[in-house]
Design a protein around this ligand. Structure first.
Ligand SMILES: C[S@@+](CC[C@H](N)C(=O)[O-])C[C@H]1O[C@@H](n2cnc3c(N)ncnc32)[C@H](O)[C@@H]1O
Length: 423
């Protein structure tokens, strides 16, 4: 275990009576869980937390990723004693270091190679340490030099973010809590632009004020994927007091560069869709959604036609509605005997996987019919079916599906993300 490098500057950003020279505001379990749950990483080997405090975030991370090695760093000697991970039997896979995160040579001091961390979680201190030459090197190595008008704007939040970026591997995930400044202030516009262009910012969630004891500061939860391509659209949400998340809104890169807060952008959304109807989520328009159960390798032996990805007709000017061909319709008897989940007449079929999933859409008129596990059947309420179909067929609808789908190589659409699309 290393020791602290000392030499910290004064606290400048917190004028309140409760301000703390190391910016020690601890994350509540509800926010920790929400942050960890919003990171899509299946089996990370190495999870890092810089500024781990009493360990709320890394404990949630260690609970979710039970095989991961955990590395935590905090300058506060007392923090380790309070680390809650010590109580959940993680000793053998947890290394803690007492050290200054803003040391340019941090990676050597904590025995990590730059660019190797799979998942980093962080709630940085919101203080402004006195400028040191190390900070310039850290910002530069993270691709953030030249984004600040003045070195006085380099807060520990930005510097911690930069250190995390240096340590993460490509496509590694960073889940962090951010203060209002980096998310909304005009002077950080170039920081946001650099981050949006260099990384995939997956989502930003505006947290309720007062989630951190001792401060009413506005904070956000953000998840990004390092160097996983440019961010063309950012998903913004708001968390309400009980931890529930609002429906998502999508904000294009140029608007996200201006600010990344949900409440600002949601106000700008038209209350009614362009066709004059009240805006609603896909979830509100449906009574059910069915995912097929026949996997592609079982289609040939299924003994009946199974509607799969290749069976979607291409979009065409002539065909107003793309209809599932009659040959897929089962007789009543066959439908009763079928041991697969069925799509029914009136259902809207969508591809749930594939590079061009937004182009695959069909309406079931003759049915019921069997669908593969790569297809969703959306069962819309009668009064919304036509409008939903028209939306999904339209350019904005295809765009919403495309930007909601996840995955770098094979893209897929989750039910949760589909439900949140607004039309
Ligand atoms: C906002 S608290 C967050 C604590 C914990 N991660 C959480 O979410 O509850 C920030 C932490 O960073 C630590 N810290 C502040 N400056 C630091 C520095 N330069 N190097 C390492 N740790 C630092 C503080 O001691 C504190 O524990």
């Amino acid at each position: 275990m290393t020791t602290s490098a000392g030499a910290f500057g004064e606290d400048l950003t917190r004028a309140s009576q409760t301000s703390d020279s190391w910016g020690r505001y601890y994350t509540s379990p509800i926010v920790s869980r929400s942050l960890i749950d919003s990171i899509e990483a299946s089996k990370p080997k190495l999870v890092l937390e810089l500024g781990s405090g009493s360990g709320s975030l890394c404990t949630a991370a260690a609970t979710r990723w039970q095989d991961a090695k955990l590395v935590t760093v905090d300058v506060d000697h007392q923090a380790f004693k309070r680390l809650s991970t010590r109580n959940v039997g993680l000793k053998h896979r947890h290394s803690h270091f007492v050290h200054d995160v803003l040391d340019e040579a941090l990676s050597d001091k904590i025995g990590l190679t730059l660019g190797t961390v799979d998942v980093a979680v962080c709630n940085p201190p919101y203080i402004r340490p006195r400028w040191r030459s190390d900070f310039g090197k850290i910002l530069e190595a993270a691709g953030l030099s030249g984004t600040l008008t003045s070195v006085h704007d380099a807060g520990a939040d930005l510097l911690f973010l930069a250190q995390n970026l240096r340590l993460l591997r490509q496509n590694g995930k960073l889940g962090l809590i951010l203060p209002d400044g980096l998310v909304t202030a005009e002077k950080f516009g170039r920081v946001r632009r650099a981050l949006l262009r260099q990384h995939l910012i997956e989502q930003v969630v505006q947290l309720p004020r007062g989630v951190f004891k001792g401060t009413e500061a506005q904070t956000y939860l953000a998840v990004l994927s390092k160097a996983a391509g440019e961010t063309n659209q950012v998903v913004l949400r708001q968390m309400v007091q009980d931890g529930q998340l609002s429906a998502a809104i999508q904000v294009p890169q140029d608007a996200a560069e201006k600010r990344l807060d949900y409440t600002f952008h949601v106000r700008k959304l038209p209350q009614a869709a362009s066709d004059g109807h009240r805006r609603m989520t896909v979830r509100e328009a449906l009574t059910d959604v069915v995912r097929g159960t026949v996997c592609s390798s079982a289609i040939a032996d299924a003994g009946r036609p199974v509607f799969h990805l290749g069976d979607f007709a291409h979009r065409s000017e002539e065909q107003a509605v793309r209809i599932v061909p009659k040959r897929f319709a089962l007789s009543d008897r066959a439908a009763r005997l079928a041991d697969a989940r069925l799509a029914l007449p009136g259902d809207i079929l969508l591809a749930r996987v594939g590079r061009d999933l937004e182009d695959r859409l069909a309406l079931v008129v003759y049915g019921p019919c069997v669908i593969s596990d790569c297809v969703f059947a959306l069962r819309a309420k009668d009064e919304h079916r036509e409008r939903l179909y028209r939306f999904l067929e339209s350019d904005p609808g295809r765009h919403a599906l495309a930007s909601t789908a996840h995955g770098v190589a094979a893209r897929f659409l989750s039910k949760t993300n589909l439900f949140e699309i607004q039309f």
